[in-house]
Ligand binder design. Structure first.
Ligand code: SF4
Length: 79
């Protein structure tokens, strides 16, 4: 991932994911949990439309560092 600490936004149709590089502990929960969405070899490395909203939210919630967060198009946020 990149070394900056800025927050980046990855917009999807029903879920928008934000990623704060400075908080990432590289536990790779995201990449292991949902490689269709999280692929560090690709740019952009997060593709929110690569999975269903339910699965995406589930994996974002597993991020142990809080680097990943999500926002639903209908207004829900988390974790
Ligand atoms: S799950 Fe969270 S801490 Fe782990 S690599 Fe992904 S963003 Fe970083």
């Amino acid at each position: 991932m990149n070394g900056g600490s800025g927050k980046k936004t990855y917009e999807g149709q029903s879920v928008t994911v934000t990623f704060e590089a400075g908080r990432c502990r590289h536990a790779a929960e995201c990449v292991r949990g949902l490689p269709e969405v999280f692929d560090t070899a690709r740019r952009p490395w997060i593709r929110p439309d690569g999975a269903t909203a339910e699965r995406l939210v589930e994996v974002v919630r597993r991020c142990p560092s809080g680097a990943l967060r999500y926002r639903l198009a209908d207004g829900g946020t988390g974790p």
